[in-house]
Design a protein around this ligand. Sequence first.
Ligand code: UD1
Length: 427
Amino acid sequence: MERFVVAGGARLAGEVRVTGAKNSVLKLMAASLLAEGTSRLTAVPEILDVAIMSELLRRLGCTVVRDGDAVDITVPERPGHEADYDLVRRMRASIAVLGPLVARCGEAKVALPGGDAIGSRGLDMHIAGLTRLGATVQSEHGYLLARAPRLTGASVWLDFPSVGATENLLMASVLAKGRTTIDNAAREPDIVDLCGFLRAMGAQIGGVGTSTLEVEGVEALWPAEHRTLPDRIVAGTWAMAATMTRGDVFVRGGRAEHLEVALGKLEQAGAVVTASPDGFGVRMDGRPRAVDVVTLPYPGFPTDLQPMMMALNAVADGTAMITENVFEARWMFVNELTRLGADVRTDGHHAVVRGRERLSGAPVRAHDIRAGAALVLAGLAAEGTTEVHDIAHIDRGYEGFLASLLDLGADVRREDVPEDGFEQRRR
Ligand code: UD1
């Protein structure tokens, strides 16, 4: 067990580099299962979730080798088709192998996931979509079993533009017989990235970047090389850190066009955002103003940046209303933030945040990746010392988080904690 010890008060300034997107690369790795041979992914972040997905692919018979920021994945002629509980429970995104495995092997057995503690996160749209494509899907003994000798193209309509369901159905339909239409599909940049890789593998996909994806199934795909798109959530995290600490940060590799709504909110809060071809800069001179936020599927405000926005509002001038429309239980983070003195009231999907001049440091616990990062940001804006426990969550999604913070001038250290250290500190 490790924790971050954050001294409040530093103004973050300098440059930070953004690596490839976690939410994209995990699906690219799963998609490589669709073709026999060696695919190469570049700009692959060194994060815990990539290590978990690598292990999952190895257990399916693949070879996974890292070479600098590249990862080579060699897929055998007949990969295995079972994803075990011990890995899937550590990372919900493991469910992304379901579609490719049914398409490639005719069957898949994937443990029902655990993952982030941020809501019920059903799989009903994944299951209904695969069923429409001709698979029989059953849930047995904690596993999802999907079978289809050959999937058949169909028209699928999603109740909600689910990122994971869109990805699974895309990866299943590229090898199906005939045409598939996915309506109300998610439009996240990660989906566009996945389509780019699948097309390089020989898939025929139309409507990329829109909410109607059209796939013409092909007999086989070939391995390909693909560069992972930059992580917009990591980029957004640094943008919020700069705003909260009244800092001046250049986010190298960040794509402002993928963060239009979030950066617009920071401008409303008073930040100056400057976009360039190499990234974007965020400068903040005074105390941020409170800004209302409503999370929505892309291109709306991303739910993954909602905890950071709540932390920002906790130190802003004024009162903000935050509406969470994507994950209903993302409020677990609120209990931790209020330990730092934040004034937050929740009611259903809404949270009212009354800004305080300063938060006050305390021991807190990260329940998921984004809540962990947001607590560190809150600690930077708090008086005194904040200990953020359970930081393995942060390691799942942020490469070199500590090094970047130190480069930007934060006073932070990482240290081991005895097993019961958190409970003792919290008393
Ligand atoms: C992905 C991201 C996550 C991000 C989310 C929304 C990865 C690894 N994770 O998660 O960081 O917060 O998109 O941008 O890429 N739902 C159902 N039934 C389904 C599928 C989803 O009810 O079959 C619900 C979920 O419970 C949730 C909402 O739909 O409330 C959104 O889920 P989804 O878009 O699928 O998110 P993930 O792909 O799990």
